[in-house]
Design a protein around this ligand. Sequence first.
Ligand SMILES: [Zn+2]
Length: 405
Amino acid sequence: MSLRWLFGPTKKKENENPEVKKLIKTLKNKDWTECETAARSLGKIGDARAVQSLIDVIQNAIRDRGFVQAFAGLATSPRQQALYRLKQEMDRNKSMFAACGAAAEALARIGDPRAIKPLVDFLTFDQRAPEVATSLVAFGEPAVAQLSATLKSADPFDRMRHQSTAAVLGRIGGPQAMDVLIGALKDSDLLVREAAAKALGQCGEARATEPLMALLKDESSKVHNAAAQSLEKLNIPSAQEPIVRKKRAMKTPKFVEKRRTPSGTYEVYRGSDAESARDFLKSKTVNEKQYYIKVETSTGNWGKDIDGLYLERLVPFQLEINSAQCEGSICGMPTPAGLQYAANRIADNFVVQVKCGKCGHKWEDGIGYKNMTVVRCPSCNSLNKVDSGPHITGMPGLLGFKIEI
Ligand SMILES: [Zn+2]
């Protein structure tokens, strides 16, 4: 039996790492790089005496660098101006963020709850110091109350933190964090609703399904899009149908005008992309000659007339053959009228079903007559090179089209 055992561990100094005091002193340096190194070492040692000094690093960063002033300015000066100043400040202070990140990590390792508040205060900058957010996640449930208070606060200083606060809550997960986030879905600020909806997708818990589905009707597109994305992530079967319906509604081309011209009547719509334009046109029927339903999109103007679906003209990218990433194939028959128009050069393309050389997806697209054309696969986004030459036989007036079956 040793003497030491008899007297108990009275001599704390024996357990002390002599380095710790020196490192704590270095934390008080104004040199952020040295400060970072010291914080990293302290994190590895994990000595509780370092807690207050590590917290000071974060609080000094907030104070010294004028963040508080920048934020205080939010209430009186234009928000954008304050944000701009803040960004400039942040760019100048990369080493400071690295030091704060190291301090945050050390605090999370030591696990002293006193660190939670300063860490939440620093959270606004989590894009520059992701360690701060990760450290709060490591604290877990004990951090929820402070995060919740910030999320509910109306103070402009706190409002700046709403997105990062909600994201951290989403990463912490668990019933308490979920309650806070579900409550935040009803916040009057659309940015809070959006952030909470995104975070709930991250929680991955089915309980979020109902409240998120209710949010699909939110007046703000930011909010209902975030809710739809999160529902998709949660992958709850009962939620899939409303999402699909929602997505379709979002992409449905909007009516612009009905024009009567000597060449015919045009019903014009504005759509988001070629794929949704084609889907929309497939649901339409045209029985009248010289009647055109046209959907203008940034990736081509698609239309439908009595002869079927057509692409008004090829989009410039479709002619850049060298940009192709794979070779697609033609796997359907064009309409005789469409092919005839292309042969007679009335149109620079005809519509036919093509197949992606990369993922095998099939869709209808515009292809040049006896030529190479680039088409973008709506499923995997690959640029496919398609050659119509080998398929076309005969000549205008007596055209043939062959495909391998
Ligand atoms: Zn594909």
